[in-house]
Design a protein around this ligand. Structure first.
Ligand SMILES: [Mg+2]
Length: 276
C-alpha cells in the first residue's frame, strides 16, 4: 500500500516522536509499504523534514515528503508562474520553494508589484507584512494560501496560531478569499498518488485532524485513519460532520498494522465479489 501520513500530531509533536510512531513506521517499511508524508506546514523545505524524520529514526528521502509550500510551488509552476513575482507571507521554506520553481520573491522593501501573494505560517508576521500583502491583493495580485489551519500543535499538548490566522487577516483586510492549496484541498494528495504510481484503491490516509487529514482522504475516496496522538479526541471525531468522520480511529500508530490488514482484506473481498 501507499500510506500517506500527516506529520504534526501523527509522527511527532515538536521535536519529539509520538509514542509507537518510529517502531511502527519502520515495521511498515520493512513490510514493503511505501510511506509518504503530507504536511500543511509550510515553514521548512522538504529536505529539512526528511532530515528530521531520519534523525528521529525513520529513514526518509525528500521525495517522500510533500509540504503545502512545495505543493503551492507545483501549483504555481503548473500555472506558468515562472519568471513572475511573488510576495511571500511565510518562512524560509516557503520562499525557497517559490524561488526553486523560478518565481521572483519580492522583499518587503521592494517597490515592484507582485503577481502573486502566497501566505502561510509566519512566526515573524508583522503589520508591515499584512499591509504589503493587502496592498498587493487589492492591486490585483492573485491570493494563494498554503493552508488555513487555525492552530499548530507543539510538544506537551500546547498549540500556537497556525497559517490560517495569517491568511484570515489578509483576507479580512482585502475582502477576498485565497485559492487554498493545502489540505483539505486534494491537490497535494493527488500529486503524491501520482508520484507513488498508486491508485486510490492502493492508498490510505493517516492523520490527527478531521477537518484536514480525514476530509482530504475522504474527498479522494481513500480509507482514512485518525490517530488520537494529536489534536482530536475520540468524542470530537465521532461528533465531526459526516464527511469528516474517519473510517478507523486508533489510540496510537501501534494499531495501524491491524487496520491495514482490515483495509486490504476488505479490498480483496471487494475484488472477489467483482470477479464472482
Ligand atoms: Mg497534524
Amino acid at each position: 500500500l501507499t500510506i500517506v501520513f500527516d506529520l504534526d500530531g501523527v509522527v511527532y509533536r515538536g521535536d519529539t516522536a509520538v509514542p509507537e510512531a518510529v517502531r511502527t513506521l519502520n515495521l511498515l517499511m520493512a513490510d514493503g509499504h511505501a510511506l509518504y508524508y503530507l504536511t500543511n506546514n509550510s515553514t521548512r523545505a522538504r529536505a529539512d523534514y526528511a532530515r528530521k524524520l531520519t534523525g528521529l529514526g525513520i529513514p526518509t528521502s525528500p521525495e517522500n515528503v510533500m509540504t503545502s509550500a512545495y505543493a503551492t510551488a507545483l501549483y504555481l509552476e503548473a500555472r506558468g508562474a515562472a519568471g513572475r513575482s511573488v510576495f511571500v507571507v511565510g518562512e524560509h521554506g516557503l520562499a525557497e520553494e517559490m524561488a526553486a520553481v523560478g518565481l521572483r520573491v519580492l522583499s518587503l522593501d521592494s517597490s515592484d508589484r507582485a503577481d502573486f501573494v502566497v501566505a502561510g505560517l509566519d512566526r515573524q508576521f508583522t503589520y508591515a507584512k499584512l499591509s504589503r500583502a493587502y496592498t498587493e491583493v487589492a492591486a490585483g495580485a492573485e491570493f494563494v494560501a498554503t493552508n488555513r489551519d487555525p492552530t499548530y500543535p507543539l510538544e506537551g499538548g500546547t498549540e500556537i496560531p497556525g497559517g490560517g490566522a495569517m491568511v484570515a487577516s489578509i483576507a479580512a483586510a482585502a475582502g477576498r478569499e485565497p485559492f487554498l492549496v493545502g489540505k483539505p484541498q486534494t491537490y497535494a494528495l493527488e500529486r503524491i498518488l501520482k508520484l507513488a504510481g498508486a491508485t486510490r484503491e492502493e492508498a490510505v490516509m493517516v492523520g490527527d485532524r478531521t477537518d484536514t487529514d480525514v476530509l482530504v482522504g475522504r474527498r479522494l475516496g481513500l480509507p482514512t485513519v485518525l490517530t488520537l496522538t494529536g489534536v482530536t479526541t475520540r468524542a470530537a471525531a465521532l461528533a465531526a460532520p459526516q464527511e469528516q468522520r474517519p473510517d478507523f480511529i486508533v489510540e496510537t500508530l501501534a494499531e495501524l498494522p491491524s487496520v491495514l490488514e482490515v483495509v486490504q482484506g476488505a479490498r480483496y473481498a471487494r475484488v472477489g465479489k467483482l470477479a464472482g
